[in-house]
Design a protein around this ligand. Structure first.
Ligand SMILES: *[C@@H]1O[C@H](CO)[C@@H](O)[C@H](O)[C@H]1NC(C)=O
Ligand SMILES: *[C@@H]1O[C@H](CO)[C@@H](O)[C@H](O)[C@H]1NC(C)=O
Ligand SMILES: *[C@@H]1O[C@H](CO)[C@@H](O)[C@H](O)[C@H]1NC(C)=O
Ligand SMILES: *[C@@H]1O[C@H](CO)[C@@H](O)[C@H](O)[C@H]1NC(C)=O
Length: 366
């Protein structure tokens, strides 16, 4: 116990009360709205209406920052745990002086897909952004010369950096399934391709010098207010009696996650010097739906805090932040924020489990 405490203290600033040496000097993040700290908003002309308005950001920042929540995201809590500042969005730092990017850069864009946008345009599926994972990796490559110069310098620096690759891929499934053309079962054969985009990104980053990488899995898709609204059914056996979530969509997320875990194992064999961690978002999140009150979620666990009405307070014609939508009084009592994303308190719960609770394997802290 004593050894564990000493280890924790030297590694972390415990909720920023204690500051000590850090495990990581920088964070580089790739992903979608689960980790975007402003790129989508900075990219202009949001097709995801409302995120430029309050109540986005109301709880912590007190103004909209481009984060798809009322407050901080998992990446913000991870940065804090390592004593690092909020990870700045690439589009905010790309044009300015590069002095303040040494502690990391966030390339994630809300709505981003793991597959290239051409995959979707070929099927006439309109995306919210074309800044897919490969575009984000291109941004990283462009910025690299501003971060370090010689190979030796880059290797030293990246060795002390944490690379978060995802969550990404969730939008690929969402856009394919809400386009109405394909059922969840028809989408399943795409899992290897989508996971392949994630593992391809990891390989590329390792070739660039990354050593510490985290690949998060999918959240329980069947518990999201969007899924529950758009795919609601009179068939009672489609719902998990314990959670009220749609079973097929949760099973799909688990299928993706199991596939990802197997592919990560292959990568570990291919790159034995790298530390490739799997972050179990699914398990970290599902407990909030099993025992919401135990974790302080007193509101309706499946209802979005902010939305345009309906049984789950999700309305595809009236997103949170647009006129005519309602916002719950106490977002900390809710898991679902706007139907697609979680509240700050749900993200805080998940990040505590990922950082301290053994839900990242191998653990984030060593
Ligand atoms: C995706 O786009 C990138 C460039 O942005 C390109 O290098 C890559 O080959 C494309 N991948 C596929 C599968 O088309
Ligand atoms: C993505 O690219 C396509 C083709 O270049 C373009 O028509 C579309 O408007 C772009 N979408 C967004 C959201 O920028
Ligand atoms: C109802 O849902 C269950 C579980 O998803 C499924 O096995 C069954 O085929 C569905 N029944 C109908 C009539 O659609
Ligand atoms: C959804 O939003 C539209 C547009 O504001 C509104 O007309 C409709 O009544 C809403 N649906 C529900 C179920 O509240």
């Amino acid at each position: 116990m004593k050894i564990l405490l000493v280890f924790l203290l030297c590694c972390l600033s415990w909720e920023s009360v204690l500051s000590g040496p850090r495990c990581y000097e920088a964070i580089f993040n790739f992903g979608d709205s689960l980790s975007d700290t402003g790129n989508y908003l900075l990219s202009g002309a949001p097709k995801f209406p409302g995120i430029e308005n309050l109540p986005y950001g109301e709880t912590f920042f007190h103004h909209p920052t481009g984060r798809c929540s009322n407050g901080r995201l998992i990446i913000d809590f991870i940065a804090k745990a390592f004593g690092l500042p909020f990870v700045p969005p690439y589009l905010a730092v790309a044009k300015g002086p590069h002095g303040h990017i040494r502690k990391g850069v966030n390339f994630a864009v809300a709505g981003a897909t793991a597959l290239n946008s051409s995959f979707f345009s070929a099927q006439n599926i309109a995306l919210w952004t074309n800044d897919s994972l490969s575009v984000q990796l291109g941004w990283f490559k462009n910025l690299k010369s501003s971060l370090c110069t010689s190979k030796q310098e880059c290797d030293e620096y990246f060795k002390k950096s944490l690379f978060l690759v995802g969550e990404i891929g969730g939008n690929d499934y969402t856009f394919l399934s809400i386009s109405g053309q394909q059922s969840i079962e028809q989408i399943r054969p795409l899992v290897p391709q989508i996971v392949g985009a994630v593992t391809g990104a990891i390989s590329m980053l390792i070739e660039e010098g990354a050593v510490n990488l985290v690949a998060p899995g999918q959240l329980p898709r069947g518990c999201g207010s969007l899924t529950l609204t758009l795919f609601q059914t009179a068939n009672e056996s489609a719902y998990d009696p314990r959670t009220g979530c749609l079973k097929a969509y949760n099973a799909f997320a688990e299928y993706h996650n199991n596939y990802l875990k197997r592919e990560l194992q292959n990568l570990r064999e291919q790159y034995p010097h790298a530390r490739i961690m799997y972050a179990d978002y699914y398990s970290a999140a599902i407990s909030m739906f099993h025992a919401p009150k135990h974790y302080g979620f007193y509101g309706d666990k499946l209802r979005a805090c902010c939305g345009g009405g309906g049984p789950y307070n999700f309305n595809a014609s009236a997103f949170c932040g647009q006129s005519g939508t309602t916002n719950c009084k106490d977002p900390s009592a809710f898991v679902n924020w706007d139907g697609l994303h979680y509240t700050e308190s749900a993200y805080h719960h998940i990040s505590k489990r990922l950082i301290y609770g053994g839900f990242t394997s191998p653990p984030l802290l060593s």
